[in-house]
Design a protein around this ligand. Structure first.
Ligand code: SF4
Ligand code: SF4
Length: 125
C-alpha cells in the first residue's frame, strides 16, 4: 500500500492531468508526417501530357485520356495507388508529386477518382 501511494498514485495523477496523447482522427484532421506518402497531386500548369507517369505506374493508378494533340485529361485512381512514388520519379517536368494527405476509406471507389489535369486547346472550351 505504501508503494502504491509513493509511486503509482502520483503517476496516475500526473497521467490524469496531462493532455491526451491520442489523436482526434477520424473526428478531426489526421496530422501526418511530412514524409508520409499519400494522395498524388500535380502542378497542372507544368503537365505536358507526355504520359511517362502513366507508363511507369506499376499499379495502373494513372490514366491519360487524349482527345487531340492539346486536349487530354490525366486521371488518378487512389484506390489502385501503391503510393510508391514512381510517377514523381518518372515525370521530367516536376509536375506530379506525392502529398502527405491521407486518402480516407470508402465503399464507393469511384468517388475517389480525381482528374488531376484537364487540358483543353487554347481558345477551346
Ligand atoms: S505513387 Fe506509384 S502507384 Fe501511385 S500513381 Fe504514382 S506510380 Fe502509380
Ligand atoms: S504528370 Fe508529368 S509525366 Fe505525367 S503526363 Fe504530366 S508531364 Fe508527363
Amino acid at each position: 500500500m505504501a508503494r502504491f501511494r509513493s509511486t503509482l498514485l502520483p503517476e496516475i495523477l500526473r497521467t490524469l492531468l496531462r493532455a491526451p496523447e491520442t489523436v482526434d482522427y477520424p473526428f478531426g484532421p489526421a496530422e501526418l508526417q511530412a514524409g508520409y506518402r499519400g494522395r498524388v497531386a500535380v502542378h497542372a500548369e507544368r503537365c505536358r501530357g507526355c504520359s511517362l507517369c502513366v507508363r511507369d505506374c506499376p499499379a495502373m493508378a494513372l490514366e491519360l485520356e487524349r482527345d487531340g494533340k492539346d486536349s487530354y485529361r490525366l486521371i488518378y485512381h487512389p484506390d489502385r495507388c501503391a503510393y510508391c512514388g514512381q510517377c514523381e520519379l518518372s515525370c521530367r517536368f516536376d509536375c506530379i508529386y506525392l502529398t502527405n494527405e491521407f486518402v480516407p476509406g470508402t465503399a464507393d471507389r469511384e468517388s475517389l477518382v480525381t482528374v488531376l489535369v484537364d487540358r483543353k486547346p487554347e481558345g477551346g472550351t
